[in-house]
Design a protein around this ligand. Structure first.
Ligand code: TYM
Length: 316
């Protein structure tokens, strides 16, 4: 029996953090034996924030090394980048023609920009259409993401339904996989961990950097258990172990932070070491990405042939 397909992507827009890891990247590795995993780098999406060729190249290679370092096995999973498969942007255009402006104006990212009186670029406005194409081209079953991407998956489903209604059954409706405990990994200030809040713990941080991040975790002298420290610690150890420990150290914030530093170091050090190994042979890593792109291209172009047939442009 064919395996189900699990697919997700990440922007090459800087260093990934442990929020990206627990919210999405880990699932790609954990499920690679049981699912056909498609992991991709959404470089065209990242163009809205990375507008310098050198940074873009560096970021793409960095995410590639990150995926390999966390244990994504190219023999089991397909690893590719969006820009290698022009069908993504082609299908996004077709989706544009069946989507209304008011519908996209309901997207959170658009509403946030509007609320801040920011002038939104067309690419950001249209972001969910390219994301719908990223997904629907491959008929995946599940999409592991953090809670911040929930609406985007709903838009992809709506778009599939709309297309199917107009042109006949073509796309499978994907399901988001949002793990409750890691749906919103909190940052060092208790808000969602995010590069834009400057509250992250980088996934491959060196020991000194881990220390600095943990020491900056915001605590409130009135709280018994420092909730921001606990919430991050809880990613690494279950509540059954952690609660008694925290209860035995009420008020001892520094000691608890030191324990968290040690636990983070234990978790990150092996990943960091593996990443350094992959870094020694970047051409080899790039071969993996290129081969992944070639395989993904075959799947995507077969799907696009079907789409072209459905919309009636295949006259030859
Ligand atoms: P991106 O690059 O912002 O983030 C990658 C993944 O990390 C998750 N994430 C988090 N999860 C839990 N807690 C957090 N604090 C946290 N911060 C980030 C995100 O939810 C995401 O799953 N639009 C996507 C990329 C994309 C995509 C796709 C994903 C483009 N096309 C198709 C899936 C399928 C994005 O910007 O993710």
């Amino acid at each position: 029996m064919a395996k189900k397909i699990l697919l997700s992507g990440i922007q090459p827009s800087g260093k990934p953090h442990i929020g990206n890891y627990f919210g999405m990247m880990k699932q790609m590795v954990d499920f690679q034996d049981d699912y056909d995993v498609y992991a991709f780098i959404v470089d065209y999406h990242a163009l809205k924030s990375v507008q310098d060729a050198k940074s873009m190249k560096g970021n793409i290679i960095a995410v590639l090394l990150d995926f390999l370092a966390i244990g994504l096995d190219p023999k089991k999973a397909l690893l590719y980048k969006q820009s290698d498969i022009s069908e993504h942007t082609e299908l996004a255009w077709i989706f544009d023609t069946i989507t209304t402006m008011p519908y996209l104006m309901r997207a959170h990212a658009f509403k946030d920009a509007e609320a801040k009186n920011k002038e939104i670029d067309v690419g950001s406005f249209n972001y969910p259409m390219l994301m719908a194409a990223d997904i629907l081209l491959y008929d995946p079953d599940i999409i592991p993401v953090g809670a911040d991407q929930k609406q985007h998956i709903e838009i992809a489903r709506d778009t599939a339904e709309k297309f199917n209604r107009i042109y006949g059954d073509t796309f499978k409706l994907p399901e988001a996989m949002i793990m409750k405990e890691v749906a919103v990994v909190p940052g060092t200030d208790g808000r969602k961990m995010s590069k834009s809040y400057n509250n992250t713990i980088p996934l491959f941080a060196e020991y000194e950097e881990i220390k600095k991040c943990v020491m900056s975790i915001v605590t409130d002298s009135g709280e018994g258990i420092p909730k921001n420290v606990y919430a991050i610690h809880n990613l690494l150890r279950p509540a059954s172990e952690l609660l008694p420990l925290y209860e035995s150290k009420i008020g001892k914030y520094k000691e608890l932070k030191e324990l968290l530093i040690e636990d983070l170091e234990k978790f990150i050090a092996p990943l960091r070491e593996r990443r350094k190994e992959f870094e020694k042979d970047i051409p080899k890593a790039l071969t993996i990405l290129k081969a992944g792109g070639e395989k993904a291209k075959k799947i995507a172009s077969a799907k696009m042939e079907e789409v072209r047939g459905k919309i009636g442009v295949n006259v030859y």
